[in-house]
Design a protein around this ligand. Sequence first.
Ligand code: MG
Length: 298
Amino acid sequence: MNELRCSSEWQELLHSTDTYLFDCDGVVWQSVTPLPGAIEAICCLQKLGKQIYFVTNKNTQSRIDTFYKFSKLGFTNIAIENVYTSSYATAHYLKHVLKLTGKVYLMGEAGMKTEIENAGFTCLDIGPDTMTGEPGEIENIHIDPEVQAVVVATDYHFSYKKLVKAFFYLKNPACHYIGTSEDRVIPVGNGTIIPGATGSFIQAINYSTGRTATVIGKPYLPFINCIESEFPFERSRAVMIGDNLNSDILFAKRAGLKSLLILTGVTKRAEFLAGYKDLPDNLIPDFFSDSLCSLTTQ
Ligand SMILES: [Mg+2]
């Protein structure tokens, strides 16, 4: 594992890679603020002719919303085709891998619904759906016979009634069960750790149904298969740059990519350096750096 502290220490990585996959939160921005060195690093890689993709597990936003965020925050020369959200990759999986023809029952937000609809599917309504406790309520829950997949994403209105509906749909073994990502916990802007919504909902559904979701986002491989199906690249000459050992670095290891840990997000320098020797091999990055500033620092 090598630390990258200045541009000369980046040379080995720059010579051995052509494709750069960037995580977003904690690497190129924190909430709504670009992280130090991120804009400059991406410009520098573009000038060197590197292929750049952004690969985020965030599923509440559509691909186009995420693309607009780049321009709003001052990142230029980024094409929408280079932005991959787990919402886009999930819709891509329904269409191109499962070749679904029916409707989708979604637990998720508008960005995820947009992607499912853009892929040509009918998505049942999202938003609040709760129970009152009246007798007979469960017996009257409407189940649409055309639903062929349950998709679980971050849903600000997750409820017991939605859990019951997912349970009813998934009783049919032919109904597909897809999760966008499964982070156990996630950080918010001020560094507070909160439960990962999608991962927690998936566990609730797994528990009651006895089924296991197919997860699309990092560290699972459907995400990289989605990118590769649109832009084939040589995995051994690609690097995943991320801040999360359990999603970004594990993803890189499973996919056969090089890995660079950036310490501007969830992984803190002191903690990481004190504990990395005890980590399994597939969580230890090939390279690490305090921030993306090191690429352009002499
Ligand atoms: Mg991150």
